[in-house]
Design a protein around this ligand. Structure first.
Ligand code: ZN
Ligand code: ZN
Length: 295
C-alpha cells in the first residue's frame, strides 16, 4: 500500500548500456535518467559470455539526488519454450559469479535472491511464459514485469496476465513497469517504478522494493491507499478509470472524467487477493502491488 506520496522515489530498474547491447555508455544512461528527474536507476546489462559477464558499475555516477543500484539481467537454462530465461536482478553484488553450463533459470534466480537482490521475471509476454514457468521460479522472487517499454515497440509489452495467475495459485508476486531501454530515443521513459522508501539511499530503495512498497506506472500516480472497515480507499492523480481486480473475473471499478479517488467494498475479494489498476484515456496505466485480503 502506498501511504505517503511525500516519500516516493521514481526509478527505472531495467535498461542496457554499451556494456551489453544498449546504445548509450553507462555514464550516458545515468545522465539520461538524471535529466528526466529520475531518483534512481539500476543498469541491468545482459550477464552473458558474449559480454564477458560484465556487471556494470554505475556507482561513480550517483550523487545525493540520484542513486544507482547495481543490477543485471541474468540468463541461464531454458524456459518452457526452449528459450533462454531473462531474469531481472536489482541489487546484485559486483562479484556475482557467472552461471555454469548446466545452471537453470530457477537456480540462478535462487543464487541472486541469496545474494540479496530484488528478483523479477522480465517481459513474460514477449518470452511467451506460462504459469508453470513462473511457478518454477523460487518462492521468494519479488515481481513480474507488468509492462516492458522496449517490448511495446513490437506489441508484446504486457505481463499482468501472469501476475494474476501466480496470485490465483496462492503465491505473492509484485507488478513492476520498466523501460528495458536499449535505444533510448524510442524505448526509454516508458514505464517506471514508484517506490515508497525511508530515503533515496541505495539500501532504503532496495529494502522498499523487496518489501513490496512500490507500484509500476506509465503515467498515473497513486497518492495514497489504505483499507478501512472492509473498504479499499485510494487517492490518485487525474485518471479516467480506477479498478480493483482479483481472482477470476472479480472486479470493482469506476470510470469517468477527472477521477481522483475511489472507495471499493472488499467483499468480492474475501479470503483472496486484489490489485489496483489506474488508467487514463490516452492509454497510460498504473499497476498497484497485489495484496491479500482476510476479512
Ligand atoms: Zn530480456
Ligand atoms: Zn533487458
Amino acid at each position: 500500500m502506498i501511504v505517503n506520496s511525500d516519500i516516493i522515489y521514481k526509478g527505472n530498474i531495467h535498461c542496457h548500456s554499451t556494456n551489453s547491447d544498449g546504445q548509450l555508455s553507462p555514464e550516458k544512461v545515468c545522465e539520461f535518467y538524471k535529466n528526466l528527474n529520475y531518483d534512481f536507476i539500476s543498469l541491468t546489462d545482459h550477464f552473458k559470455s558474449e559480454y564477458n559477464f560484465t556487471i556494470s558499475d554505475t556507482s561513480n555516477f550517483s550523487d545525493d539526488k540520484f542513486t544507482t543500484i547495481t543490477g543485471a539481467e541474468l540468463h541461464a537454462g531454458k524456459n518452457s519454450n526452449g528459450d533462454e530465461w531473462h531474469i531481472l536482478s536489482v541489487g546484485i553484488p559486483k562479484d556475482f559469479t557467472s552461471p555454469t553450463e548446466d545452471e537453470s533459470g530457477p537456480e540462478i534466480a535462487t543464487r541472486a535472491l541469496k545474494a540479496g537482490a530484488f528478483v523479477a521475471i522480465a517481459h513474460p509476454e514477449w518470452s511467451g511464459l506460462n504459469l508453470n514457468d513462473a511457478l518454477s521460479m523460487p518462492l521468494g522472487i519479488h515481481a513480474i514485469e507488468a509492462f516492458n517499454g522496449v517490448c511495446k515497440t513490437f506489441g508484446r509489452e504486457n505481463g499482468s496476465y501472469l501476475i494474476d495467475q501466480v496470485m490465483a495459485s496462492g503465491r505473492m508476486i509484485g507488478a513492476i513497469a520498466t523501460d528495458d531501454a536499449h535505444y533510448y530515443e524510442k524505448d526509454a521513459n516508458a514505464g517506471w517504478v514508484m517506490v515508497q522508501a525511508a530515503s533515496n539511499s541505495h539500501d532504503d530503495i532496495l529494502d522498499a522494493l523487496k518489501s513490496g512498497n512500490y507500484y509500476g506506472s506509465t503515467g498515473p500516480e497513486i497518492i495514497r491507499s489504505e483499507i478501512v472497515d472492509e473498504y479499499f480507499h485510494v487517492e490518485t492523480s487525474n485518471v479516467d478509470y480506477i479498478g480493483l481486480v482479483g481472482r477470476g473475473a472479480r472486479f470493482e471499478k469506476i470510470s469517468g472524467e477527472n477521477l481522483k479517488e475511489a472507495k471499493f467494498p472488499l467483499a468480492k475479494f474475501h479470503n483472496s487477493w486484489a490489485r489496483l489498476i489506474l488508467r487514463t484515456n490516452d492509454g497510460k496505466q498504473a499497476w498497484g502491488h497485489p495484496f491479500k485480503i482476510y476479512l
